[in-house]
Write a protein that binds this ligand. Structure first.
Ligand SMILES: O=C(O)C(=O)C[C@@H](O)CO
Ligand code: MG
Length: 390
């Protein structure tokens, strides 16, 4: 079997979106003086879809959401020529070709995301060529079904957040992730607002259910050192991305500071990036995203590395390319889960592009032993709401 063609298309969402609201989600831009709302930097309203076809007609699907137009350019210009004419079963060789040939400028960030998209499509082909789901090629079924946590609860009105939490508690979820809305720029009132929201959510879900708290890089070390002791009484399952991804020493200091586990990794890349995080005890939970970190080829290695450190892997964002890694590894106890909503931050956009995503039932996800490859197809229902760049 040989790779015959690589097609990368950018799906630009032109449908309705939920407008950004005030202190919706603390984020890295909060620490930079701005008169406008800051979360717009982190909206994912376009997605690049990669279709790789083999000489015997198998088509593998990959995807990338980071800087999708740039990712497409990297795939078209640099990565496609490296894999066309090659055997997809030589996936490690192909991964190394892509990684090493772009190494001068691409070890992290959008190039690694572009490599991830090509790698996902290759693994989709592998599964389809042997009529097996990808997780069966990685380690098989390690769970009867995948526990997942409800992930949204962005900072809005406290009562709205409580109603949202109650709605999904009633649907059987036992784990929830909420977003802080305030950081160093918002002073002591922001600290109070942050604590008020956590307390309000605990009132709804109680202490028999897990609550994870997301900072999305919106704090700094000094602020996090003030906040974490105040949060301990709420027993969060983890506090996520308290500082920017490059502040590994800050992560390590915070991870030792209190009883609260610090999580991160959705903005880290490659096996070597996670080697650093683990060696320096920077995180207690690893959260790579398989469509960023280097694809399945890289994520599979990182799962093994995390297993050796007894550090759990909870991939960022859910989505099928991550579910296969969680299903096939004892190192990964659960998945993140975004239900389908109107397009807001953009984590929801996956549902508007692909069919095949499992829907959570009572806080669990299921993958099918008999659906080959990644188990995704391109959805046609919303195509008229996308502008597609070939
Ligand atoms: O789901 C996460 O962990 C994210 O970081 C998503 C982003 O929208 C901030 O919540
Ligand atoms: Mg996150």
């Amino acid at each position: 079997m040989k790779i015959k063609s690589v097609r990368a298309r950018v799906f630009e969402w032109k449908g309705k979106t939920v407008p950004p609201q005030g202190n919706f989600c603390s984020n890295a831009m909060d620490l930079v003086y701005s008169k406008t709302e800051t979360m717009s930097t982190f909206r994912f309203h376009s997605w690049t879809v990669v279709e790789i076809e083999t000489d015997d007609g198998i088509v593998g699907l990959g995807n990338v959401a980071l800087a999708p137009k740039i990712a497409k350019a990297i795939i078209d210009e640099y990565l496609a020529p490296l894999v066309i004419g090659q055997d997809p079963w030589d996936y490690e060789y192909l991964w190394q070709r892509m990684y090493r040939s772009t190494h001068a400028w691409g070890r992290k960030g959008v190039t690694m995301a572009a490599i991830s998209a090509v790698d996902l499509a290759i693994w989709d082909i592998l599964g389809k060529s042997v009529n097996k789901p990808v997780f069966k090629l990685l380690g098989g079924r390690t769970k009867e079904k995948i526990p997942c946590y409800y992930s949204k609860l962005y900072r809005t009105d406290i009562k709205e957040m409580q109603d949202e939490a109650q709605k999904f508690l009633d649907q059987g979820f036992t784990m929830f992730k909420s977003r802080f809305g305030y950081g160093p720029a918002h002073g002591t009132q922001g600290v109070k607002e942050n604590l008020k929201a956590v307390e309000a959510l605990r009132e709804v879900i109680g202490y028999d259910n897990d609550l994870m708290l997301e900072c999305y890089m919106g704090w700094n070390l000094e602020y996090a050192k003030r906040m974490l002791p105040k949060l301990e009484k709420f027993q969060p399952r983890w506090v996520e991305e308290p500082v920017i991804a490059d502040d590994i020493d800050g992560y390590a200091e915070l991870n030792q500071l209190t009883s609260i586990p610090i999580s991160g990794g959705e903005h880290e890349f490659s096996l070597y990036g996670f080697k650093q995080l683990l060696e320096r005890k920077a995180v207690s939970v690893v959260q790579y995203d398989t469509n960023r970190v280097g694809g399945i080829t890289a994520a599979h290695k990182i799962n093994a590395l995390c297993e050796s450190y007894s550090v759990p892997v909870v991939p960022h964002a859910g989505q099928m390319h991550n579910y296969h890694l969680t299903m096939s590894s004892m190192a990964s106890p659960m998945s993140e889960y975004f239900p389908m909503f109107d397009v807001e931050v953009g984590n929801e956009l996956f549902y508007y592009i692909f069919d095949g995503e499992p829907v959570a039932e009572n806080g669990f996800l299921q993958l099918d032993d008999n659906t080959p490859g990644l188990g995704l197809t391109l959805k046609t229902e919303f195509l008229d709401q996308f502008h597609i760049i070939e």
